[in-house]
Design a protein around this ligand. Structure first.
Ligand SMILES: CC(C)(COP(=O)(O)OP(=O)(O)OC[C@H]1O[C@@H](n2cnc3c(N)ncnc32)[C@H](O)[C@@H]1OP(=O)(O)O)[C@@H](O)C(=O)NCCC(=O)NCCS
Length: 188
């Protein structure tokens, strides 16, 4: 049987795939950012639809260093995941202190898909297919709030290990940094 190139070899397990966010989908991002389970933990204030457009349009247009993707399950959008070179933000990169690193942030927007074990698979598939696919990065960093125990647990299951806690000056909460190297990822 022919495999669907967009979903890859693990598609039979969880049906997860990714594609770049489109301008017409910014209202969906706005809706998800307004759900209580995302608003509680996402690092940005939600704002109006216009404000969300202002933030996400440069990502879509490739002007901000952030690569925005939808998380699809069986072809249907269920969440959002983004990656960026840490070097794009000099101050943040200095605080993290790991060279050749990518950052990743994500949320599952549709509540019925939370806490079913999808998160760790989403992250591993994203690392395999996008972050670590072309040798651009040695390491991936993810920075939940220390109180976000569900995220820390999910990232641990994806292979990330605690690294250090940092205080980003403009952020109200610290970041509990977790890291995974490309070598660990492909050996693990
Ligand atoms: C973080 C996130 C991506 C993890 O994905 P997930 O598919 O939900 O992860 P899992 O199913 O592996 O669950 C992770 C942990 O949540 C905890 N959990 C289970 N049910 C829960 C519930 N009802 N409420 C809160 N936490 C719960 C469990 O500890 C679970 O791990 P364990 O059962 O293996 O011990 C997802 O929960 C999410 O998008 N959350 C909201 C936004 C967010 O926090 N984003 C991250 C910002 S850094």
């Amino acid at each position: 049987m022919m495999k669907d190139a967009a979903t890859g070899p693990e598609s039979a397990v969880d049906g997860i795939s990714f594609r770049r966010l489109r301008t017409s989908e910014i209202p969906l991002i706005h809706r998800w950012l307004n759900t209580p389970h995302v608003a509680r933990w996402w690092y940005e204030d939600v704002g109006t639809l216009e404000e969300v457009e202002e933030r996400y349009l440069p990502y879509i247009e490739g002007k901000a260093g952030v690569e925005p993707h939808l998380i699809l399950r069986e072809g249907t959008p269920i969440g959002y995941i983004q990656t960026y070179p840490l070097s794009a933000d000099e101050e943040y990169a200095k605080l993290v202190g790991v060279e050749d690193s990518a950052g990743v942030d994500l949320f599952i927007g549709e509540p019925e898909f939370l806490y079913k074990g999808l998160g760790p698979n989403i992250i591993r598939r994203f690392l395999e297919g996008i972050v670590f696919s072309d040798g651009r990065y040695e390491t991936c960093i993810i920075g939940p709030e220390p109180k976000n125990e569900s995220a820390i647990r999910a990232y641990g299951k994806a292979g990330f290990r605690y690294f250090k806690t940092i205080h980003v000056p403009e952020e109200p909460e610290p970041e509990y940094l977790m890291k995974l190297t490309q070598e660990e990822f492909f050996e693990g």
